[in-house]
Design a binder for this molecule. Structure first.
Ligand code: N2P
Length: 340
């Protein structure tokens, strides 16, 4: 049923005059990450309308926020972007009294270096960036980045369209630190990255699984949730965490300092922390769920998906805010991609 315009106007005026915040939430989140069912369920339960805008990289989100005008109430940075946002006073402190479901989170994802006292951020989902191999086509034993970027796989690769990620793979492959990046280390990996970008057929951060599913490419370097969906579809898609090391991301919810609807933002975070809601996130986007109560609700198959819940002891690192090196990485990638 459509609400009559006049009634909406009256409600808006009432809200303005009483200081009550309008029933609205401006969510700025990653694409392919927040299920529509969850947004609908939240609106149904609270009456709060969700305006949802998406991005495909932390850098895209940051530049929109810095440019202003978005009026965002809730954003979804990864750990290193959250660290930067806290440092620059871009986030509001959370009111934990409004987040009783915070207790469902595993301590493993709390107290991290980006927000040591969990004052500004709430883990949403975690994951890794790794290699997917279509083993029906590729018979080689792919262990690391150098096995992927071989001349024989030219035009058979999909990789994330994410500058920091790509440069990180080259740093790992060269045995260089991934969180202390400077002009010298970038100059060292430049020839390697230059070689690599020429081999790639598809750059896609939004839905890299698609090129693999269609058979357009045979190997990918993708977010683990994408790999988990591929595995669910067909177990010929094997997930490999690169031997040289891989990014373990923690994506979180945070409220921008100037968010117009902070109450609605808290309500949404608390809603998503409900085990039965967080379970819907896992079903649609099978990343590593930091919500222990939600994890209990997953099927044994979901819990055994090797991309969602890797076993063994792979070398994983979260990213740090690297300051001005971020712009240097962007410059390097722009140069190399345009030289193609
Ligand atoms: C979802 C993207 C996962 C975010 N499409 C990786 N940080």
């Amino acid at each position: 049923m459509k609400t009559p315009k006049k009634l909406l106007l009256a409600l808006a005026l009432l809200a303005g005059s009483t200081g009550v915040q309008a029933a609205e939430l401006n969510l700025f989140g990653w694409s392919e990450y927040v299920p529509q069912d969850v947004l609908d369920g939240f609106t149904k339960e609270t009456g709060i309308t969700v305006n949802f805008e998406t991005y495909a990289s932390n850098e895209e989100m940051l530049s929109k926020l810095v440019a202003g005008g978005g009026n965002y109430d809730l954003v979804q940075p990864s750990e290193y972007a959250a660290e930067l946002m806290i440092r620059r006073n871009m986030l509001a402190k959370l009111d934990k009294a409004k987040l009783p479901n915070f207790k469902n989170l595993s301590p493993e994802f709390l107290g991290q270096v980006h927000d040591p006292k969990d004052e500004y951020t709430v883990p949403y989902m975690s994951g890794t960036v790794g290699i997917v191999v279509n083993t029906a086509v590729v018979k080689d034993d792919i262990k690391g980045y150098k096995d992927v970027f071989q001349a024989k796989f030219k035009n058979r690769l999909v990789v994330l369209d994410d500058n920091r990620e790509i440069v990180t793979w080259a740093l790992y492959a060269s045995g260089l630190p991934v969180n202390e990046i400077n002009p010298t280390s970038l100059a060292k990996v430049r020839p390697l990255v230059s070689e690599w970008v020429k081999l790639v057929k598809v750059f896609d951060s939004g839905s890299p699984k698609t090129a693999l599913l269609n058979g357009d490419v045979d190997i990918g370097i993708v977010w683990s949730g994408e790999a988990a969906l591929l595995w669910k579809e067909d177990q010929k898609f094997k997930y490999v965490l690169p031997a040289e090391g891989a990014h373990r991301f923690i994506d979180i919810f945070a409220i921008p300092a100037d968010a117009p609807h902070k109450d609605a933002a808290h309500a949404f975070i608390n809603y998503i922390l409900k085990p039965e809601v967080s379970k819907i996130v896992s079903e649609n986007f099978p990343y590593t769920n930091p919500n222990l109560e939600a994890r209990k609700l997953l099927t044994p198959e979901e819990q055994a998906n090797p991309a969602s819940y890797p076993t063994g002891s792979p070398k994983l690192e979260t990213f740090r805010d690297i300051g001005k090196a971020a712009a240097e990485i962007d410059q390097l990638m722009t140069d190399l991609k345009s030289a193609q």
